[in-house]
Design a protein. Structure first.
Lengths: 324, 314
């Protein structure tokens, strides 16, 4: 009887969980909602098996794990893996590389989507604006393998750049294998791939600015640069602050595939970051416990950074990632 | 004053006209902006142009250009003919296509179901289940434990290892869920009063109202599967199972010769062999780009409509 069903469920939106909980016992709610649970089950099952089970699997960091013995019978070694990591110069070198690259990208990558958004927003013709947007979003959908291959074809030893240099009798140089240029190379790859996509958020913020503000500023005698400084930028500040904080929360994460793919070409010294360090010590050298411990350190510090970044975001009056 | 220009309140730029208070741009300013836009477009399109042109070039044209071809010079489908005539690349295109189609369907369906199942606050176990999904944002399981798990499940060297570990992206699930929750509830309620089952409400009411966002989510999954490199690199041992991205990395980026395609040519150091190999390599790149270029225009309009912006803002 649909009528009775309707009476049980409060038809007024929004239904607060507390109110619904008070009105119906769990048996009745289970009977009412079991179809929803069935719908959620596959996703929850996958997340459980491939997220929460491996999360527990991090206990191998406290073991001397051997794949032949298995997790249950491997001997426990306490914190000795962590002690070893603290004394490993390669770990610290990877950490230093990661932090230096993060800092470099904050200066040389972060402002570019803002500038790009301002440029696109300033275009008067809607068709040209749509076209430019379509083009600059596109590389976001390319894989890292593809992006790096394209860069190799442009800047590598056999690439267009060196082809032109050679044709003009100038000495060639291979940007793709030069450790000194590596940080600039990976940053420009990130810019090429994701700066356009990153501009979307700023474009959205720009679209919400009330044009009467520009009008009032113009009437008061502000030229276009002063209007940008006094009207446009203040409107972008909240977004800029939020994204900056989120980026700092991920200070230990730089693109994994991007570095994995280029580590051989430029050498470990310049291209080893924390994620690749975990991969090479763990999977390649089969030192699973050691690498899991390194991964755990990275994950925990990363978690603390994200939580701290969110606290700062809340303090400056922004939403952060998990205040939904 | 406000009434005089009040009619242009909704961003007059959208109509292409310049508002009266805006001064005419200087010629230098206009030129500088034009050059800047041109450079941005060129930076994205030039590499793609060179790759496409070279892939269609004849061996002679490549020799004349001394490598990559910038100005079209002759036309040949030889590279593609060679690639698609049963080489390792042919197989990898099929593998990538299969994994992408199956994976996208699977992920999108699972995500749609879960997003709908979690879209009604107050339903049984709603809060703990939602919490389980959201918690995955904060802490990844880590590379090593995931690898050990996939290994112990016996998924090494299977296609399932390319799909299952990342099948549900919590981000996509949350985006869809918040979209479903913002749909007009009266429509859903009245459908239910009329006796529609939950599944009927989802397929007949909710989905038709959510075509755009579903298309975008499917695109995200599809592009993710097509572009996936690391899972295949990590979990697959035999190269007859390799997807295209792995082939691209091994034979184009690292420059190893492609077994089955011009295997003889690439071992030669003579000009003919090397240049033919270059066209083939560029053709592999083009094959990796094509699906993205084909799907992109259909979904791209939703980005500017704000579907994604709403999603990014949470």
């Amino acid at each position: 009887m649909p009528g009775a069903d309707l009476l049980e469920r409060p038809p007024v939106q929004p239904r607060t969980p507390a109110a619904a909980g008070r009105r119906a016992g769990w048996r009745r709610r289970l009977k009412r909602d079991w179809v929803l649970l069935v719908m959620v089950a596959p996703a929850i099952g996958l997340l459980t098996v491939f997220h929460y089970v491996p999360l527990l699997g991090n206990v191998v960091a406290f073991q001397d794990y051997s794949p032949f013995v298995g997790m249950v019978y491997s001997p426990w070694v306490g914190l000795s893996n962590f002690a070893r990591i603290m004394e490993d110069p390669e770990f610290w070198s990877a950490t230093a590389n990661t932090l230096v690259i993060t800092a470099f990208q904050l200066v040389f990558y972060f402002p570019i989507p803002i500038g790009l958004a301002l440029l696109v927003h300033s275009l008067m013709s809607p068709r040209l604006r749509m076209f430019v947007q379509s083009v600059v979003y596109l590389p976001h959908f390319f894989s890292w393998v593809l992006v790096i291959t394209l860069f190799q074809q442009m800047l590598g030893g056999a690439g267009v750049l060196n082809q032109v240099l050679r044709a003009n009798g100038v000495a060639t140089f291979d940007v793709m294998t030069n450790p000194d240029l590596f940080i600039a190379l990976v940053t420009s790859q990130s810019v090429w791939k994701d700066a356009g996509w990153g501009a979307i958020v700023f474009l959205a913020a720009l679209a919400t600015i009330d044009t009467s503000l520009y009008e009032a500023a113009a009437v008061d005698g502000a030229n276009r640069w002063r209007r940008m400084w006094h009207v446009t930028l203040p409107a972008l500040v909240p977004v800029i602050v939020l994204l900056l904080i989120l980026r700092l929360g991920e200070a230990l994460t730089v693109g994994f595939e991007q570095f994995l793919l280029q580590r051989d070409a430029v050498g470990q010294e310049a291209a080893e970051v924390l994620d690749t360090y975990v991969y090479f010590t763990g999977v390649v050298n089969a030192d699973f416990s050691y690498a899991a411990a390194a991964g755990l350190i990275k994950g925990l510090i990363g978690l603390l950074l994200v939580l701290a970044a969110n606290r700062v975001a809340h303090m400056v009056g922004e939403q952060g990632v998990y205040s939904r | 004053m406000t009434t005089a220009v009040g009619s242009t309140r909704r961003d007059p730029r959208r109509r292409g006209g310049r508002p009266v208070w805006d001064e005419q741009p200087t010629r230098i300013g206009q030129t500088a902006k034009g050059v800047l836009v041109g450079l941005v477009l060129l930076a994205v399109l030039f590499p793609l142009w060179v790759v496409v042109v070279t892939s269609f070039s004849t061996a002679d044209a490549i020799t004349r250009a001394g490598g990559l071809v910038i100005v079209p010079d002759g036309f040949s489908l030889g590279a593609y003919a060679e690639l698609l005539s049963g080489s390792v690349v042919t197989r990898s295109v099929l593998v990538s296509t299969g994994v992408t189609v199956v994976g996208t369907l699977f992920s999108t369906v699972v995500t749609l179901l879960a997003a709908y199942g979690l879209s009604r606050p107050g339903s049984f176990l709603h809060r703990p289940l939602l919490f389980m999904v959201l918690l995955t944002f904060l802490f990844g399981p880590g590379l090593i434990p995931t690898y050990l798990l996939v290994n112990s499940l016996g998924l090494l060297d299977t296609y399932a290892a390319l799909v299952l570990p990342g099948a549900v992206a919590a981000f996509n699930l949350v985006v869809l869920r918040s979209f479903f929750m913002n749909l007009p509830q009266e429509v859903i309620d009245s459908a239910r009063i009329d006796g529609a089952s939950e599944f009927g409400v989802l397929t007949r009411i909710v989905l038709p109202l959510s075509k755009g966002v579903t298309a975008v989510i499917a695109l995200f999954y599809g592009v993710g599967y097509w572009n996936a490199f690391f899972n295949a690199f990590l979990y697959l041992n035999s190269n007859d199972k390799w997807p295209l991205q792995l082939v691209l990395r091994t034979y184009v980026l690292q420059g190893q010769s492609i077994p089955g395609a011009s295997a003889v040519d690439s071992t030669l150091t003579g000009t003919g062999g090397v240049v033919a190999t270059l066209a083939i390599k560029m053709a592999v790149i083009v094959l990796a780009v094509i699906p993205v270029l084909v799907v992109y225009p259909f979904v791209q309009k939703h980005f500017t409509k704000g579907v994604i912006v709403g999603a990014i803002k949470g």
